[in-house]
Design a protein around this ligand. Structure first.
Ligand code: S5P
Length: 481
């Protein structure tokens, strides 16, 4: 939706003269080298330009016939623009925090609104669409509706189309192609430069089918230790801290049936793991002595014990299953897990049984096995349930980062160095796929370690590869320039 030509041309020239458009060789945040760079932040030094931009964007919103109750600028560049639009047209504004200091309690959205209100998102540039999407996600998370966004400049790299797929109609004042035309016409740049930028745009398109994951909002850029500070549950805190201290995000799945072998593994693998995951009911020679020894080894090597019991009954039953019977799981396992299928009661029952102890629970939001039913709405419902009970639920068994809350820990089973299928429907991804691509936090590895000829060597390698994947994720830049 371009404005009339002389207004647009003038504005482009003013922005160019203000140094908001630069040509040369620039490394974008994504690491990609670009022949052009827009720095619209300089606008704050030119009140007339700011005023004009805010008017232009307001007019676009009117032309779009976008009905909205409030305006929210994507932090930071668009904040003053949204402010001017708000003040000039008496439309309330909302502020989305960029960094919430304490995600447990802090509000991500400041300002008054009613659930169901529509909010217009304002942004300076759309490249991949991820910034507008992130802001929209935060607004939607508190009950607002976002269907429209206005931006000054569209870099023509596919961002608007991606946003459209997520139900956000994005209109811009002008495109990068228009900027090039105007600058050539006014002899600010030469034709070869225009061609170079056009080639860059054509060669750097964001795939329209790619899915934004909400996870990009925060945990990806927070360390395990930083996230530990945001946890209400002491087990989650302890786990995130020890991962960082021991530099391992490896959970070992101790799926062996002999107690002696089980304890030997708990000792020799200890230095390499953050979690020793058990299926205590598969031990053919279980005795309470086994768990006493296991607890001592967990203290010696500083890891947590996770009994992978997958509770899935009504609250009253799981309470007994957790604390009674032969295994008395609540006495020794720091972490247990549950299927959300029975509803909140399953978590409430477990929580009651754990009362007075430092314990945490994971919900099974996704599974690794072929044809499993934990997908789509079921996964979304698991996330909602977990977030509502986050004093006791510390995270998920999942194949990806299903929650954007940084205090939620994601553990992924079905991990091998070589991806593919295992026996009886098990499916495998690599540590890199789990941690970097899917945004998970902990890899769970079983047979690739206990079936290895050198089990300690295999665990040490998974420790290294898993932690390197986390480091790679930390240093990966977001794709907005
Ligand atoms: O979806 C799941 C959930 C779990 S907890 N898929 C899984 O494989 N698991 C568990 O992870 C499974 O019970 C086993 O203990 C471990 C995977 O073992 P591996 O030998 O295939 O690495």
């Amino acid at each position: 939706m371009e404005l009339n030509d002389s207004t647009t041309d003038n504005l482009i020239l003013k922005l160019f003269d203000a140094g908001a458009v630069k040509f040369g060789e620039f490394t974008l945040k994504s690491g990609i080298k670009s022949p052009v760079y827009f720095d619209l932040r300089v606008m704050v030094s030119y009140p007339e330009i700011m005023k004009e931009v805010s008017e232009v964007l307001w007019n676009i919103a009117e032309k779009m016939d976008a009905k909205f109750d409030s305006i929210c600028g994507v932090p930071y560049t668009a904040l003053p623009i949204a402010t001017l639009m708000s003040v000039e047209h008496r439309k309330p504004m909302l502020i989305r925090r960029k960094e919430a200091k304490d995600y447990g309690t802090a509000k991500m959205i400041e300002g008054h609104f009613e659930k169901g209100d529509k909010c217009l998102v304002v942004e300076d540039i759309v490249t991949s669409g991820s910034s507008i999407f992130e802001t929209s996600e935060s607004l939607v998370a508190v009950g607002l509706k976002v269907t429209d966004a206005v931006v000054l400049l569209d870099r023509c790299q596919g961002g608007s189309a991606r946003l459209q797929q997520h139900g956000i109609n994005t209109e811009s004042a002008f495109t990068i192609r228009k900027v090039l035309d105007v600058l050539v016409q006014h002899e600010k740049i030469k034709l070869p430069m225009k061609r170079e930028v056009e080639e860059f745009i054509d060669g750097n398109q964001f795939e329209s089918k790619s899915i934004f994951t909400p996870r990009k909002i925060t945990p990806e850029v927070l360390t395990y230790a930083e996230r530990a500070k945001l946890c209400k549950n002491p087990v989650a805190r302890k786990l995130l801290n020890l991962i960082e201290e021991k530099q391992t995000n490896l959970a070992f799945a101790a799926d062996v049936t002999d107690a002696e072998e089980f304890l030997k593994l708990a000792d020799v693998l200890g230095p390499h793991i953050c979690i020793f995951k058990t299926h205590i009911d598969i031990l053919k020679n279980f005795s309470s002595d086994v768990v006493t020894k296991l607890k001592a080894l967990a203290v010696k090597h500083r890891y947590l014990i996770f009994e992978d019991r997958k509770f899935a009954d009504i609250g009253g039953t799981v309470k007994h299953q957790y604390r009674a019977g032969v295994h008395k799981i609540v006495e020794w396992a720091d972490i247990v897990n549950a299927h959300p299928v029975p509803g909140h009661g399953v978590v409430e029952g477990l929580k009651e049984a754990a009362s007075g102890k430092q314990r945490g629970c994971l919900l099974i939001a996704e599974m690794s096995s072929k044809g499993n039913l934990a997908t789509g709405q079921y996964t979304a419902a698991a996330v909602k349930m977990a977030e509502e009970m986050s004093d006791f639920v510390i995270g998920f068994i999942s194949q990806s980062a299903v929650s954007a809350k940084p205090y939620m820990i994601h553990m992924t089973p079905g991990v091998k160095l070589v991806p593919g299928s295992g026996t009886l429907g098990q499916q495998y991804v690599t540590p890199q796929q789990a941690i970097v691509e899917k945004g998970s936090d902990i890899i769970i590895v079983g047979r690739d370690i206990y079936e290895a000829s050198n089990r300690v060597g295999a665990a040490a390698n998974y420790k290294k590869v898993g932690y390197q994947a986390y480091c790679a994720r930390m240093f990966r830049r977001k794709d907005k320039d």
